[in-house]
Ligand binder design. Structure first.
Ligand code: ADP
Length: 314
């Protein structure tokens, strides 16, 4: 990997979770043991996913995260290193297991999921402090809410470049300070609805109203992703104007898991690489790369690589 100590474009502070996916004919009842017909193991967690998405497109990325001092932690770090991610600050936490998600998926697409966050709970402000030199040198910071809010807040406050808070999983009472501390808040329509206590966000008009509400709640610039419809955004200082960046049409949607993470990784890559371009252009690029990911199965496995990613004239 060479010495990449200070050489980082995109810094990600967040979660790393191993997915154990069992495919079953139907979900088990209480106390019941059933046979599954397929097993898959995947690497997930919003933090690590977004970091891998940006690294695949060509960003120099570092992940600040915690895994367990166990086999899965080792495997996770190997996976990140294979993706070219700087893991100097993705550390093993003594006495905690690597975060896992045990997922059962039935033939009719129903699922149940158990998440044990494990080592992710150890990530805190001391990790921000230790990696201070990365906060000084990176251009874009990505954070989510799968690890402690206090640590995330510290990371956002420490960073002076462009910070993006993907407030997922969403909270009903998101602290104002958290929203104020990020340059950009990016959420999907479900998260935006929960945060603004709006019943449903289905139409562009409803999404535009939600961006306004999120700004009133303290957010600076806001992006709301809308699945196949792309995204809407409002920029700081101009909350009256909300723009729509349409999604890319795809021939066949195979699996939309992780589309939001592909979007955020691509957004960060593009903002770091082309700081002179507009937010509209950054979002257009993120839509394009996320639309690639929905055409392939899995999460990290579906993210485009620099040599295969769709290109734009932007
Ligand atoms: P999440 O994965 O968090 O639910 P979205 O569903 O809003 O987030 O998807 C994130 C982005 O992925 C969208 O803004 C869009 O760019 C892209 N995307 C998602 N679904 C599709 C689709 N069916 N066709 C094309 N692009 C899609």
């Amino acid at each position: 990997m060479g010495d990449v100590k200070n050489d980082v474009d995109v810094l990600v502070y967040g979660s790393a979770i191993v997915d154990f996916i069992c495919y079953v004919d139907r979900l088990p009842k209480e106390g019941e043991t059933i046979r599954g017909h397929k097993f898959e193991n995947g690497f997930g967690g919003k933090g690590a996913n977004q970091c891998v998405a940006a690294a695949r497109l060509g960003s120099k990325c570092a992940l600040i995260a915690k895994v367990g001092n166990d086999t899965w932690g080792e495997k996770y770090l190997e996976n990140l290193q294979k993706e070219g991610v700087n893991t100097r600050h993705a550390k093993a936490c003594e006495g905690k297991s690597t975060g896992i998600a045990q997922i059962a998926v039935s033939n009719d697409g129903e699922n149940n999921i158990i998440i044990v966050t494990g080592a992710n709970d150890c990530l805190d402000g001391s990790d921000v402090h230790e990696a201070g030199y990365l906060f000084d040198s990176a251009q874009v910071l990505l954070c989510q809410l799968e690890t402690s809010v206090a640590g995330t807040l510290e990371a956002l406050k420490r960073f002076k470049g462009i910070s993006v808070l993907n407030a997922a999983p969403a909270m009903t009472n998101t602290p104002k300070e958290l929203l104020q501390s990020a340059s950009i808040l990016c959420v999907n329509e479900t998260e935006a609805a929960l945060m603004t206590q709006t019943e449903d966000i289905k139409t562009l008009e409803q999404a535009k109203l939600a961006t306004k509400k999120l700004m009133e709640m303290g957010a600076n610039t806001v992006i709301i992703t809308l699945g196949s419809q792309g995204a809407v955004y409002s920029e700081k200082g101009n909350s009256e104007k909300c723009y729509h960046v349409p999604g890319q049409k795809v021939d066949k949607v195979v699996d939309t898991t992780g589309a939001g993470d592909a979007f955020l990784g691509a957004l960060a890559y593009h903002m770091a690489k082309y700081p002179e371009k507009s937010l509209h252009q950054h979002i257009g690029y993120a839509n394009l790369q996320a639309s690639y990911s929905v055409q392939y199965p899995g999460t990290q496995s579906s993210f485009p690589k620099a040599q295969s990613c769709p290109s734009t004239s932007q």
